[in-house]
Design a protein around this ligand. Structure first.
Ligand SMILES: Cc1ncc(COP(=O)(O)O)c(C=O)c1O
Length: 387
């Protein structure tokens, strides 16, 4: 049967494919999927339980409950000085649906979307599903960050490609890098000249260790589509709660896409989200302190073992380099690491061609898992290097 050609050409993400491929390895310590091991805060769970008892078993309004839109508006204003009216906030099925709804709404066939790489795995397939074209921007020679000069060059080079938008993600998955306010302001100068939209995926905004997070929409409110959610900040991946925040005219268009994809996100999760946003202002910072300790531990062990890495300023990943004495791809390296040392990480190639030669370690894992995995890695390196 002839099914859709675009879907035929895309694959389940390398993160999930690799994770599944090594799941049968006995005693495997998984530092793969980017999901908090910490529990959802107790007060949020309680709100979810009460929502079930109170029969929140019906559809919500398409945009989400008004009380949720109001709570999100206040929360994101207090956290990041964002100025979205409640009506400019759409509740989505995680940031995943937010990315899809945003791209499916703004793109016409053939439109170009700039994407700094290596990048999170969902952007490219969704651009393709929307019949747009991804224009990758290699950041490997600029510390895995976009610079105004590199961005201006890419925009110049692709004048003829119907440039519609750029996707930014910071703190970034998989590299853990983030941008300062001054760096963002310099990028915005170039973006403004080009007049393109920005899809700013700030799902890791609570997890910055060196400097406070600057929301892009504080610098470029007129054309920024902000994506955020509760998966990482409140350890709520399974609740599937995300948000798109954008100027009213754009949100009104996205509401239609959202309706025909999902109708609305779970009513129960929305009630829990109202609690998280209203009374969980400090939940994120408490978790951040735990991740920061783990990050510091992990990078000091990697340094000891002699593995190079990018210094992670945010999110909960370390992007590390496949050792030079390993002759093979990042996929082969991660496979061997899984089988020989029982440590599972994600091959860098899962994040695009520019991720080759690297691997991603998630430290959203217990201190015991981190300690054991680093001990195993150290032993394995010592054994392989002495051969
Ligand atoms: C950069 C980025 N965006 C979006 C998502 C999806 O988040 P959600 O669980 O809210 O769908 C992830 C999850 O890992 C991510 O890393």
């Amino acid at each position: 049967m002839q099914t859709n050609q675009v879907i035929k050409n895309i694959q389940v993400s390398g993160i999930r494919r690799f994770d599944e491929a090594i799941s049968d390895v006995p005693d495997i310590i998984k530092l793969t999927v980017g999901e908090p091991d910490l529990p959802t805060p107790a007060h949020v769970k309680k709100a979810g339980i009460e929502a079930i008892r109170d029969d929140f078993s019906h559809y919500s309004p398409l945009m989400g409950f008004q009380e949720l839109q109001q709570a999100a508006s206040t929360y994101f204003h207090q956290k990041y000085a964002l100025n979205y009216a409640p009506s400019e906030i759409l509740a989505t099925v995680g940031a995943t649906e937010a990315v899809a709804t945003a791209l499916l709404t703004i793109l016409n066939p053939g439109d170009g979307v700039l994407l700094p790489t290596p990048s999170y795995t969902s952007y490219e397939p969704v651009v393709e599903m929307a019949h747009g074209q991804v224009i990758p921007i290699d950041t490997t020679h600029s510390g895995y960050k976009l610079t105004p000069a590199i961005l201006a060059a890419a925009i110049n080079q692709h004048q003829a490609d119907h440039l519609k938008a750029i996707i930014l993600n910071y703190p970034a998955n998989p590299t853990g890098v983030t941008y300062s306010q001054a760096e963002l302001a310099a990028l915005v100068t170039v973006i403004k000249q080009a007049g393109i939209l920005v899809i700013s995926d700030e799902i890791y905004s609570e997890l910055t260790y060196e400097q406070p997070h600057t929301a892009l929409a504080t610098l470029y409110p007129e054309r920024t589509i902000t994506i955020n959610g509760l998966s990482k900040s409140h350890a709520m991946t399974g609740w599937r709660m995300g948000f798109i925040m954008a100027p009213q005219a754009l949100i009104n268009e996205m509401k239609k896409t959202h309706q025909y994809l999902v109708t609305s996100t779970s009513s129960i999760s929305q009630v829990a989200a109202i609690e998280a946003l209203t009374n969980g202002f400090d939940d994120g910072p408490q978790m951040r302190a735990i991740y920061q300790q783990r990050r510091d531990y992990l990078v000091s062990r990697l340094s000891e073992i002699g593995i190079n890495y990018l210094y992670p300023a945010g999110a909960f990943y370390v992007f590390a380099q496949v050792p030079a004495d390993f002759h093979g791809t990042s996929w082969q390296f991660a496979t061997e690491l899984a089988h020989a040392a029982h440590v599972a990480v994600i091959p860098g190639s899962a994040f695009g061609a520019t991720g080759e030669g690297w691997f991603r370690i998630s430290y959203a894992a217990s201190q015991t898992a981190l300690r054991d995995s680093m001990n195993n890695l150290a032993l394995w390196r010592a054994e392989t290097m002495s051969k």
